[in-house]
Design a binder for this molecule. Structure first.
Ligand code: ADP
Ligand code: MG
Length: 342
């Protein structure tokens, strides 16, 4: 009875604390928040000036006394204090009475995370006001959130490509059978574009511009309609603003090395997958989630290299949060997927 009471008041929630975006799912309400994991801070008095989308607009444009921080790096907490403050802000945004409510929280962590890193996530959540925090491995959450038959004795492969990490996992009978967790993702693709334009065109661009180029004309496989784009930056020779035209073919070659690293780890995971399960994957296909899944031509590319069909998850950007949310919705049944550290 008491538990029931807490449940209703507490509104259990699932959180995807990503390097790029944080999503919150609240029991009985669904996905209620999706904001960039960014905090703008006043350097002098350490006050938070903006969090989430408002802070994102400040990246690369802040005056000297303001810094825009991404407190997570490579999938893990790089700046504990700021992560905790950001989480508190987000949770309060969806849950005004957090202090009274004290919900149970299911939070996703990368599969390759160390015990120390995991403890930091749990502490940040508990300090932010949760009654108790449970973790779920991201690929498992992504698979649950993509409606894959995780409990069946069938192999399902999920590839989640986020901002700072890529996770490749084979799941069967409710557990991860084989996996690799790479600390590279969409951010490295942006950096590869910055590097390419610096080297080939003497043009310096910022992170936001690089991300925009990636989304607009970046690709992993030859496109039916190859495209062009105008890019503004700073000429490294003259120091003056400069505009150039870049093509999708050029950007494909810029992204090639990083994409290869991701694809190699997919091939390596398939290589260590028990043969019964790999034949399931060949038949049923590989599912892509995370924002990186939206890179043009990625399904075709992975399909060519693995000889498996490849699909994009129904909600690539929400998959992990939806999976954590399903666990929060049906806590007692899905508890077996969760870890509770004390
Ligand atoms: P995280 O889980 O690390 O928070 P997300 O799953 O939210 O990351 O994905 C964010 C990443 O996806 C960013 O690197 C972003 O640039 C990339 N991304 C989002 N949309 C696209 C797109 N249409 N094409 C290519 N990359 C994309
Ligand atoms: Mg993610």
């Amino acid at each position: 009875m008491f538990d029931f009471f807490l449940n209703v008041i507490g509104r259990d929630m699932g959180i995807d604390l990503g390097t790029a975006n944080t999503l919150i799912y609240v029991k009985n309400r669904g996905l209620v928040m999706n904001e960039p994991s960014i905090v703008a801070i006043d350097k002098e008095n350490k006050r938070i000036l903006a969090v989430g989308s408002e802070a994102k607009t400040m990246v690369g444009r802040t005056p000297g006394n303001i810094i825009a921080i991404r407190p997570l790096k490579d999938g893990v907490i790089a700046d504990f204090d700021t992560t905790e403050r950001m989480l508190r802000y987000f949770i309060q945004k969806v849950h005004r009475n957090m202090a009274i409510a004290r919900p149970r929280v299911v939070i996703c962590v990368p599969s390759g995370i160390t015990a120390v890193e995991k403890k930091a996530v749990i502490e940040a959540i508990e300090h932010a006001g949760a009654r108790s925090a449970y973790t779920i491995e991201e690929p498992l959450a992504a698979a649950i959130g993509s409606n894959l038959p995780v409990d069946e004795p069938t192999g399902s492969m999920i590839i989640d490509i986020g901002g700072g990490t890529s996770e490749v996992a084979v799941i069967s009978l409710g557990g991860i059978v084989a996996y690799q967790s790479l600390r590279i993702g969409g951010d490295e693709l942006d950096e590869a574009i910055i590097y390419y334009l610096k080297k080939e065109n003497n043009l310096l661009i910022g992170e936001s511009t690089a991300e925009k180029i990636k989304m607009e004309i970046g690709s992993a496989f030859p496109l039916e309609n190859e495209g062009k784009m105008e890019v503004n930056g700073r000429d490294l020779v003259t120091g003056l603003p400069k505009t150039i035209i870049i093509t999708s073919q050029q950007m494909r070659s810029a992204l090639e090395k990083t994409l290869n690293d991701i694809i190699n780890s997919v091939v390596e995971v398939l290589d260590i997958t028990p043969p019964e399960l790999s034949s399931d994957i060949m038949k049923r296909g590989i599912v892509l989630s995370g924002g990186g899944a939206l890179l043009k031509g990625l399904p075709e590319r992975i399909s060519r290299e693995t000889h498996c069909p490849v699909f994009i998850a129904p909600e690539p950007l929400g998959a992990v949060a939806l999976g954590a949310g399903k666990c929060a919705e049906d806590f007692n049944t899905l508890k077996r997927y969760l870890r509770y550290l004390r």
